[in-house]
Write a protein that binds this ligand. Structure first.
Ligand code: SF4
Length: 351
């Protein structure tokens, strides 16, 4: 397949070429872009959103080609939710979420067996969307569901209608913050540390057991960052993502998923200072889009995986589609996809 020399193209030439490719592909193409993508990429997204919104788009679009600008678990989720004739493509196939790789289905199975045996089967698994397809399938096979940071509380409430105990993977912080916000006592929340010889008996009195996984972007926010920014801007509203450690959440004014943060910014009055603890591509975009408000990052944190996708990568995959030989196609093994879809459908119905 003969493709252009992308490095020799000017940015303007790349922008124009992407517009031409989009026009040529028309309704056969949908480009989905996660909020953490760079501006140079997100400008071409037909839909931008968080994991939940983009999952819904993937499940409903009629386009033959779904180009997902995000990280691998997102494209994988789109491949699970879309129809058999649709093709999901990720511009940079190596863009993986490190957190999603902190829990394999085999590792979670060990925790599941131990805890389920202890509680006589009274245990339901819930996994964050930021997980590999095999783990979503594991959860789907055991009556559980997927959740995102937008709907974690709704899915926890749904889970407690089924069973008395929840096993949440792979993000310790989202699980803990969600449980605390629901009024679950600290002593009823336990952590399963797969690297630390976990003792199920020590977790007997817990209602929620969270996997010891984390997002390195959000665990980079620390309580002293909140203290420092509050001293500098005493009237600021400080909003952080629920993947942040609980100590950071406790010192902030609000938590929100990426979509939740965007809504809070939109609803804030002109002149308000808003400090945001999440990936800085989104924070700087919000600052640009809301010049009537002062919007600042709590601390500058970038997701290296999200930043891997550049507009030249997007043009490359669009060219490959136009040449009839799409590259970077994301597929999921059918049996895995079937059960992962069960877990994802439960989420879409429960939220
Ligand atoms: S921001 Fe964190 S959870 Fe999101 S893709 Fe990057 S590493 Fe993964």
């Amino acid at each position: 397949m003969s493709l252009r020399n992308y490095d020799d193209m000017s940015d303007q030439d790349v922008v124009e070429a992407i517009h031409r490719a989009k026009a040529e592909l028309g309704a056969s193409l949908t480009i989905l872009g996660h909020h953490y993508q760079r501006d140079e990429v997100i400008q071409f997204a037909d839909y931008r959103g968080d994991s939940l919104e983009l999952s819904r788009r993937a499940a409903t679009t009629k386009a033959k080609y779904i180009v997902f600008c995000g990280v691998y678990f997102m494209a994988e989720t789109a491949a699970i939710l879309c129809g058999p004739d649709q093709i999901v493509i990720q511009p940079v196939i190596e863009a993986l979420c490190p957190m999603a790789r902190l829990a394999t289905a085999a590792e979670v199975s060990e925790a599941w067996e131990a805890l389920s045996n202890m509680w006589g089967g009274d245990l339901l698994p819930i996994t964050y969307q930021n997980s590999i397809a095999e783990l979503k399938a594991f959860v789907g096979q055991r009556d559980g569901a997927v959740c995102t940071s937008s709907n974690a509380a709704a899915l926890f409430a749904w889970g407690f209608k089924q069973k008395g105990h929840l096993l949440f993977t792979p993000d310790e912080h989202l699980g803990t913050n969600t449980a605390l916000a629901m009024g679950i006592a600290d002593r009823e929340i336990g952590v399963w540390d797969r690297l630390g010889s976990p003792d199920p008996a020590a977790l007997r009195d817990c209602r929620v057991v969270v996997w010891k996984g984390y997002c390195y972007v959000h665990t980079g926010f620390e309580p002293q960052h909140v203290d420092a920014i509050r001293a500098q801007y005493p009237d600021a509203m400080i909003i952080v993502h629920p993947e942040c450690p609980r100590e950071v959440v406790a010192k902030s004014d609000a938590t929100g998923s990426t979509s939740g943060i965007i809504k809070m910014v939109e609803q804030a009055p002109a002149g308000q200072t808003i400090v945001i603890g999440t990936e800085c591509n989104l924070v700087y975009r919000l600052a640009h889009e809301h010049p009537d408000k002062r919007i600042l990052p709590l601390y500058e944190r970038t997701c290296r995986s999200m930043s891997m996708t550049r507009m030249r990568n997007l043009l490359y995959v669009l060219d490959s589609i136009l040449m009839g030989q799409p590259v970077n196609v994301v597929t999921v093994e059918p049996e895995t996809a079937r059960w992962a879809r069960v877990a994802l459908d439960r989420m879409l119905q429960a939220s």
